[in-house]
Design a binder for this molecule. Structure first.
Ligand code: ADP
Ligand code: MG
Length: 605
């Protein structure tokens, strides 16, 4: 048999290796920013175009490279950071594998300009798909600029695999946040398509957090400090009352490197026990300093996991440090720790929240009200349920709960009228009504979700937008990541009836909102939307719309625990059975059940 094993050519090997290092533009951003930090830069500028798909450029004022090093830096396993395997246990740099530049150069058009302080002339190298195109001396200032163009130009499959610009930009911004948070002593700038997204001056940790996440963050932070022989902990946790359903502001840094650790995350959540609602997450920005010898940084190129020698001790220390801080905060909630007055600019939304909306265009709007035109389209299948029920059956044998209706969906002076169907409410949770064959028990919250969901979907798809104008535009502040997400959803939100006056880098301003929604629900709705979409934004506009309709329906649907008068009960029943799919809530949970007379009879045998 002939020999069949061949060594892969270098550029192919590099391309394969690149797959591990570079998944998306954000991976390139991470590697380039880390290299700049390792080069001791004090200012770093990131410029991207089309979310990094067409250009990622990082300019630093670090130590630069000699001409020889500049050329060598693109070789695989070329690194100035370790010389022997043992060095891995004393790592004080971000890089060490010598793989990033080689990998990036294998799958993009790369230009490098670099100059060391004492050199007269800078070096410029252009590489495309691992091939050096040009190398020449040029004039430049001290430091390094690397531009990465046309990512995955030679691997179309990978390029097609990239998500929408908005999604990729979000990943890129996340990566930028992580690096910038870990290094407040470096001035960072980020530009996207010519717009400045961030300009983060030299600062302390607290200021850096506030510069990134917005002024309102300042008052939410509680400092954490703990120094032990095992670990030094510093940083901030968010006050319990600001815990959000949204994940996203949870950061661990070990020796200034962002890491993910479900185990340590658990320690934090544990410390908050009893102070926050289930399914909500406090924000945290925690910096751990640990002897590099007692941790094992995963050798895998992009992994952000880390192994600690003594995880249990670390868990216990972290938990108690946070409990301690929370305790102090609880005892002395008035004391504002290290308050930085400069950051204390009032924000519009804080004032807005206190005022009740002065005007509503359609004050009498009742989502349960009989809409004759809509009724005509109703499904006949369900009408048969009622056949045989006399319409004058208006005496309920059961007491209707009489508490004031509190759901904002209902008008305050809604009158309790005689019902045409006998319905009654049990435990302020279920609506019971008679049908030909027995009883129907309706879950009020889920039923209302279904009704609203179908109404929203109808609005979006039929494109008959019904908005109510706000007297004063409503401004709500968000972090840039959240703004990013809202921008992605803008079109679908508009179809639902939200009218944006403006979306800036840190706030949204609404002129009008859907009729089905009340002004005071808006911030909750947006928080829910952000929480639900944070993990993943569906690619197609339809599934986006569908998800939005579900979230908003869930958020504004009448909750369990709310008393409904008989008119509202009746409308709920009617509207549910006019739905296309009344059986299930939009989240596929049953909306009602039936109990037949036969089943009842059996109970009395
Ligand atoms: P690593 O960071 O793991 O060493 P890289 O491929 O990221 O590997 O970089 C290779 C080498 O190129 C680095 O070790 C460093 O010597 C040099 N280098 C890369 N980027 C810069 C930069 N911005 N400034 C100075 N030197 C750099
Ligand atoms: Mg590197």
């Amino acid at each position: 048999m002939a020999d069949i094993i061949k060594l892969l050519p270098n550029h192919v090997a590099n391309q394969i290796a690149a797959g591990e290092v570079v998944q998306r533009p954000a991976s390139v951003v991470k590697e380039l920013l880390e290299n700049a930090i390792d080069a001791k830069a004090t200012t770093i500028k990131l410029i991207i175009k089309n979310s990094g798909k067409t250009l990622i450029q990082v300019t630093d004022n670090g130590v630069g490279m000699s001409t020889t090093d500049a050329r060598l830096s693109f070789e695989r396993h070329a690194t100035s950071k370790i010389r022997a395997a043992e060095d891995l246990f004393q790592l004080h740099t971000k890089g060490f594998r010598g793989e990033a530049l080689a990998s990036i150069a294998a799958i993009a058009h790369v230009a490098l300009t670099t100059k060391q302080e004492n050199d007269q002339i800078a070096t410029q190298i252009q590489i495309e798909g691992s091939k050096v195109i040009t190398q020449e001396p040029i004039v430049a200032t001290k430091g390094t600029t690397i531009s990465v163009k046309n990512l995955f130009f030679n691997i179309p499959a990978r390029r097609n695999f990239l998500k929408s610009d908005a999604v990729e930009l979000r990943h890129t911004i996340d990566e930028f946040h992580r690096v910038a948070l870990a290094h407040p002593n470096i001035h960072f700038q980020m530009y996207h398509n010519g717009n400045e997204l961030f300009n983060l001056p030299f600062a302390n940790h607290r200021q850096r957090i506030v510069h990134i996440f917005g002024t309102k963050t300042n008052e939410k932070l509680v400092p954490v400090t703990e120094n032990t022989p095992v670990v030094n902990i510093s940083g901030f946790i968010g006050k319990p009352q600001y815990a959000k359903k949204t994940r996203g502001q949870q950061f661990f840094f070990v020796n200034n490197r962002f890491i993910k650790s479900p185990y340590l995350h658990h320690a934090v959540i544990h410390a908050f026990e009893g102070l926050i609602k289930e399914q909500t997450y406090p924000s945290y920005f925690l910096f751990l300093e640990i002897n590099p010898e007692s941790i094992d940084i995963n050798i895998h190129p992009t992994k952000t996991e880390i192994k600690f020698d003594d995880e249990h001790t670390l868990y216990a220390i972290l938990k108690s440090a946070i409990k301690h801080s929370l305790g102090q905060f609880q005892v002395a909630p008035i004391l504002d720790f290290e308050k930085d007055a400069n950051l204390d600019i009032p924000y519009t939304y804080k004032n807005k929240e206190a005022t009740t909306p002065n005007i509503k265009v359609d004050a009498n709007f009742n989502p349960f009200k009989d809409d004759k035109t809509f009724k005509k389209e109703s499904n006949t299948a369900w009408e048969s349920l009622y056949v045989g029920l006399a319409t004058n059956e208006n005496t309920s044998e059961f007491q209707i709960e009489s508490e004031e209706v509190t759901g904002s969906l209902f008008t305050e002076n809604e009158e309790i009228e005689a019902t045409t169907y006998s319905t009654f409410q049990v435990q302020r949770k279920y609506i019971i009504t008679k049908i030909k064959s027995g009883l129907v028990v309706i879950h009020q919250h889920r039923a209302h979700q279904r009704i609203l969901y179908e109404q929203f979907l109808k609005q979006i798809t039929v494109a008959e937008i019904t908005s109510q104008q706000l007297l004063f535009p409503l401004e709500i502040q968000y972090t840039s990541t959240e703004i990013q997400l809202i921008t992605e959803l803008k079109e679908n939100l508009e179809q639902m009836g939200f009218v944006f006056d403006a979306i800036t880098q840190e706030s949204i301003k609404l002129n009008a909102i859907p009729v089905l929604v009340s002004e005071k629900e808006i911030s909750t709705i947006f928080n829910e939307i952000i929480a639900d979409f944070q993990e993943n934004v569906p690619e197609t506009s339809f599934s986006q719309a569908d998800k939005l309709a579900k979230i908003v329906a869930k958020s504004i649907a009448v909750k369990s625990g709310i008393a409904l008068n008989s008119k509202l009960q009746e409308n709920l029943v009617n509207d549910l059975f006019m739905c296309k799919d009344p059986n299930m809530s939009p989240f596929q949970k049953p909306t009602f059940t039936t109990i037949t007379t036969t089943e009842l009879d059996k109970k009395f045998l």
